[in-house]
Design a protein around this ligand. Structure first.
Ligand SMILES: Cc1cc2nc3c(=O)[nH]c(=O)nc-3n(C[C@H](O)[C@H](O)[C@H](O)COP(=O)(O)O)c2cc1C
Length: 201
């Protein structure tokens, strides 16, 4: 079996918040910056994803923004999802995107190595992450179980420039990214040394 290589891996970030100064999007940027050197990273924008409507899917197929999102996820070797907590669960924006992604005989989410983390209020998105994990596991997503990254009282943890100030939390985000790349390396190298299958999508 070929040794896992990180050089050709690509990780896609998804933020559950559309807010301009979102703590969760800041957390995702940090996660991207802490990926091992050579690993590609980008964050997708969910603001143009329409509300799921089964009539639209049946009559017209996937709307162009949904088709683009599905293709980008299919090409990525791994995902990292940062979720806020809205009313003790995941925001509708994120759930709606997952609903579109889950459709079809083949979902781009299938078996995708995925890390989750979140920044929120007193409980640091614990309940939102629990729900998100359940939703993703139902969709055959390979969600990492550890380490758990929960940023509580986000407004106290980020600087005005959107940088996370707590070194222990930064290290935890780094560990999560190391674990994600390790997992993605296994998936893309076991049967496919160049990782081409994951990139073709
Ligand atoms: C509609 C709504 C519901 C919320 N519900 C919760 C909640 O249940 N638990 C919590 O910790 N924070 C809750 N919050 C606060 C958000 O977690 C907080 O605003 C967070 O910073 C949003 O993430 P963002 O900075 O990435 O936009 C809620 C905020 C909104 C707008």
């Amino acid at each position: 079996m070929a040794a896992p290589t990180t050089d050709s891996l690509f990780v896609l970030g998804i933020s559950g918040s559309l807010r301009r100064n979102s703590y969760n999007t800041s957390l995702l940027r940090l996660a991207g910056a802490l990926l091992p050197k050579g690993v590609g990273f980008d964050i997708v924008d969910l603001s143009d994803i329409p509300l799921y409507n089964a009539d639209v899917e049946r009559e017209e197929g996937f709307p162009p923004p949904v088709a683009r999102l599905r293709a980008r996820i299919a090409r990525a070797d791994a995902l990292v999802i940062a979720t806020p907590e809205y009313n003790r669960s995941v925001p509708g924006v994120l759930k709606n995107a997952i609903d579109w992604l889950s459709r079809g005989p083949e979902s781009p989410l299938d078996d995708k190595p995925t890390a989750i983390l979140g920044a929120g209020g007193r409980t640091g998105t614990a309940r939102a992450q629990q729900h998100l994990r359940e939703i993703l596991v139902h969709n055959r997503v390979a969600v990492l179980s550890r380490p758990e990254v929960l940023v509580a009282r986000a407004w106290d943890q980020f600087t005005a420039e959107g940088d996370l100030a707590d070194n222990e939390l930064i290290d935890l985000v780094g560990s999560l990214m190391t674990a994600l790349v390790e997992e993605a390396g296994k998936v893309t190298t076991d049967d496919d040394p160049a990782g081409e299958a994951a990139r073709i999508g």
